[in-house]
Design a protein around this ligand. Sequence first.
Ligand code: NAP
Length: 343
Amino acid sequence: MKKTVLVTGGTGYVASWLVKELLEDGHNVRITVRDQSKTANYSHLLAVEKNSTGSLQVYQANLLREGSFDEAVDGCEYVFHTASPFFISGFRDARVDLIKPAQEGTRNVLGSVNKFDSVRRVILTSSAVAIFGDNADMDGKPAFTERDWNTTSSVTHQPYSYSKTIAEKEAWELAEKQDRWDLITINPTFVLGPSLAKRTDSTSIATILDLLKGKYKTGVPRLVNGVVDVRDVAKAHKLAAFMNTASGRFLLSNEEATLLDMAKVLEKNFPKLYPLPKWEVPKPLIWLLAPKIGLTRPYVSKNVGIPAKFDHSKSVRELGMTYRSLETTLIDQKEQMDEDGLI
Ligand code: NAP
């Protein structure tokens, strides 16, 4: 049945695929953007709307402005809150650039949700980094699961992970204070795969562009990440919203891979086309060079060369999720970048 839903930050890398799914299923989809006059940022969604049975409405809202989501939330049954800054590096002040918009943004969106009786469910795009801080947090366990919480990140150590952890905690606290709407969180590991827009400012897109353009050709640190396809992340949001039995947190991850694993997959499928890295730099050298390459030494100590595993079984069991392979994800992402003239 046709629903009225809101996707905050609807033009983002992950959100765009979710908006596409919802429009193609015929829903009335509202999105928020920070600047409605930047139509180029959502022209790809207007194009999807044209070939779908759904409808798209664009609202302007800012995470930092209380009440700014009121108009967009009023009348919606489902609110997907995806908007949040995603930067691992390159920010000036972690409190201002990451933590404030993540935490206050969640408070403001849920404040609007509390004002309007129409809302039944909120689906928050959290992250696997609200589950763990460093790979060293594995600490002998077989895998991270939805039962784990990140207790090791702070304003100075892994601030993005900290921003996602406190934002998700705040959401659970606000959800528990009332009983009209329920909360589900989606906790993806590193999201990769094709983008619906030509924007390159998402960290997920920039990482693969950097890899293909030779930024790491002299070697990469051995960093094990969980990886999941952006289209699977979008699908999980939709399943979690409309399945009455869904509840709690959902950790999404397909498989674990290092940057070198990804480079090998790309080299196998597109031999000799790109200046991809061929080896890993030893950890002691990475530790020494850390400040020069934008890493901190505590980060290197607690992550480089340390394995991590992610258990996605709850998403399979309760949502019926299936996952694309890393190979499919990377081939499709490389092809989209090629078609859009990015590489
Ligand atoms: P993205 O493409 O950079 O999208 C981020 C979105 O947040 C953009 O739509 C942006 O809006 C919005 N936003 C940022 N600051 C805002 C503000 N002050 N007010 C209003 N909107 C604001 O990032 P993404 O990779 O799709 O990430 C989407 C969500 O998934 C985030 O919550 C992120 O933490 C989470 N996540 C991502 C990954 C990943 O690997 N990509 C993994 C786990 C979780 P504008 O269009 O106006 O700039």
